[in-house]
Design a protein around this ligand. Structure first.
Ligand code: HEC
Length: 237
């Protein structure tokens, strides 16, 4: 008897002797999304009806609320520091989904001109409306692709593309010393090599801490540029 025939016989015997030997389909185990391919990186177009803190609100705070001695460090007036999303929310003066009970919004529409903010003069009505809308949408720190600046994926170099991303988004916490240093090439290369950089900026939860933090991601453009550079061997160019 050849092997095929033996196998067939074995199968028949099994079917006879093991009554439970009926064909049950393999359970389908969902596979994690493959984020290693460029074209699977999330694209998040900016939604016209959504308010994006970094794009729409922080620039207003920067322009109107952060003069010297105002709502920024070292001594934020009224304990309200509007220089970043986290400090703005930590003040308790912005109540997500509830603009009318948010001190920040109240101060913009205050009737008494001596108490109204900013002291330099009223904010244009459409800017007040934008802040109101942002709070009523949950005062979130949403992000989307930068629609204004096209993504340059043709000339990705460490010096001109990658380093500035870290300087802007990471070096504040990951300076020259400490566990993860992103201010210099050797520090960056170390986290490229151990895989933690890619995991953390893509929020591959469970593998690494989500960076820059759990609610903010680098833009899709920055992620594409990082991927291109890492795939090229993360050169110091
Ligand atoms: C608000 C502060 C803050 C910012 C901004 C920040 N990080 Fe972190 N990061 C941390 C802390 C805290 C840890 C955990 C302690 C450590 O490993 O240094 C960490 C850890 C990491 C790790 C190690 C993750 C692991 O699993 O061990 C990497 C990689 C990293 N950060 C990359 C980045 C990158 C890239 C950026 C910018 C896109 C960034 N971080 C921005 C605070 C920050």
């Amino acid at each position: 008897m050849n092997n095929g025939a033996l196998l067939a016989l074995a199968c028949i015997l099994m079917l006879i002797t093991v009554p439970s030997c009926v064909h049950t389909p393999e359970p389908i185990i969902p596979q994690p999304k493959d984020t290693t391919k460029l074209d699977t990186i999330d694209k998040r177009p900016c939604h016209v009806d959504s308010v994006y803190y970094a794009k729409d609100i922080q620039p207003l705070f920067n322009e109107f609320c952060m003069g010297s001695g105002c709502h920024n460090l070292p001594n934020p007036a009224d304990n309200l520091n509007l220089s970043s999303y986290s400090s703005a929310l930590a003040s308790g003066k912005i109540k997500p989904y509830n603009s009318v009970n948010s001190k920040v919004y109240q101060s913009l529409v205050e009737i008494d001109p001596l108490k109204r903010m900013p002291p330099s003069g009223n904010l244009p009505i459409e800017k007040i409306a934008l802040i109101k809308k942002w709070i009523d949408q949950g005062a979130k720190d949403l992000w989307c692709d930068e629609m204004k600046t096209p993504c340059d994926t043709a000339n990705v170099l460490y010096s001109t593309t990658i380093k500035p991303i870290f300087t802007l988004h990471c070096v504040g916490c990951h300076g020259y010393s400490g566990g993860v240093s992103l201010a210099t090439y050797p520090g960056v290369k170390a986290v490229v090599n151990n895989g933690k950089l890619w995991n953390s900026v893509n929020h591959l939860s469970g593998l690494s801490k989500a960076m820059p933090n759990s609610t903010t991601k680098l833009s899709a453009c920055n992620l594409r540029q990082l991927k291109i550079w890492i795939d090229a061997g993360a050169p110091n160019n």
